[in-house]
Ligand binder design. Sequence first.
Ligand code: NAD
Length: 444
Amino acid sequence: MKLTVIGCGYLGATHAACMAELGHDVLGVDVDADKVARLQNGEVPFFEPGLSDVLRRNLAAGRLRFTTDHREAADFASVHFLGVGTPQQRRGYGVDLSHVEAAVDALTPLVRGDHLIIGKSTVPVGTAAALAQRIAVLAAPDTHVELVWSPEFLREGFAVEDTLEPDRLVLGADPDRDDTRAARVLAEIYRDMLQSGVPFVRTDWATAELVKVSANAFLATKISFINAVSEICENVGADVSTLADAIGYDNRIGRRFLNAGLGFGGGCLPKDIRGFLARADEVGAGRALRFLREVDAINTRRRGALVDLVADAVGGDVLGTNIAILGAAFKPESDDVRDSPALNVAGQLALRGATVTVFDPKATGNSRRLYPTLGYADSAVEACEAADAVVVATEWAEFVHMVPEELSDVVRARVIVDGRRCLDAGAWQSAGWRLHALGGPMRP
Ligand code: NAD
């Protein structure tokens, strides 16, 4: 099939390349000319394992192309995926829908005949219904543009795998119209996946929109739950990691997303739970989601708690100390620093007068743009030179498997602060390091 993907960021570039990998002819559209040029040259503008190969293979096969021109998109295909950004509003918790609206406004007047727009961005409930009205006003006479919502669940770091082998596909359609045609188109696009048994949930717009934000709210709640428990563990000397293992054996609970530590960040969970709260207020259900405020507050508190733990670790005050921060991306296997807990902590320590040096295997470039005044190093060892404390803020495998002896003579003091509870406490302690873990003691 011929498809376009409008918005070629983390979601859209991955989606475009993976749709081509499925055998479709794909045109990616983005307003960022530099991004489009890089993608067209086979260069992924961000770090995502495995994506580069899929991109290059499909460019070479002639199944994939990128443009900045919405008119080309209107002419190229009659099925359009929409994957533009939906950030938090500058003021308040609501979602900024201006990019989604701009994309629809740019495309709709240009199309002729029957077209299908498949929204993939994460949006507040009610967005599809509002966009459909917008589309009805903008569409040319004798033109029919159907809008459905099929939210995306990919995880950065596993984006290719998640796009090609999703846990489920969701199709939300106008509840007042027959969705047979849209369902047939999706079934054709995803034929191989559906044949391999991927669940296909057909529903209305509102349910589809809510599925996505509910999933993220649940994941955020799970993380904040274990972090709240870790605050108690800290006070009484209990080991939250062992506790998480023990409760995680219960398969009603499960062990995943129960890692206590610095909490969540990135371009999705924080803004999605806030957007969910804001929308719930607007539809008169704010009370139902009030607990999400606490989920957010617990999460934000972890950042301050790590800063305090670092201060304790260096004797009470970080002023005048050298602090190495290992990790800047919001999670490993990504270069995404949007709302990164690691960089937030680095920034707070710098404001308290520490000289902070950050190292991240992939996110240094993005970090420099966001926090230009922090120090940056080209390796973990360089970041740790003359450090009074080393802080692990993102659990990249290269930090988890660091050999303590390799840093012992580089640092000024053998003090390590594990913000992710990912280190082998015994190995560090037996190499003569003092280890402080966020969330209370870690058993060797
Ligand atoms: P992103 O900022 O990386 O990408 C958005 C892209 O849209 C940018 O390249 C931007 O230039 C482009 N854009 C903006 N306006 C446009 C327009 N009018 N026409 C064409 N392109 C336009 O964001 P992202 O992380 O890819 O997220 C996109 C959406 O997907 C968001 O709603 C997000 O919540 C959702 N989502 C993201 C992930 C993820 O892991 N990143 C996972 C699931 C869902």
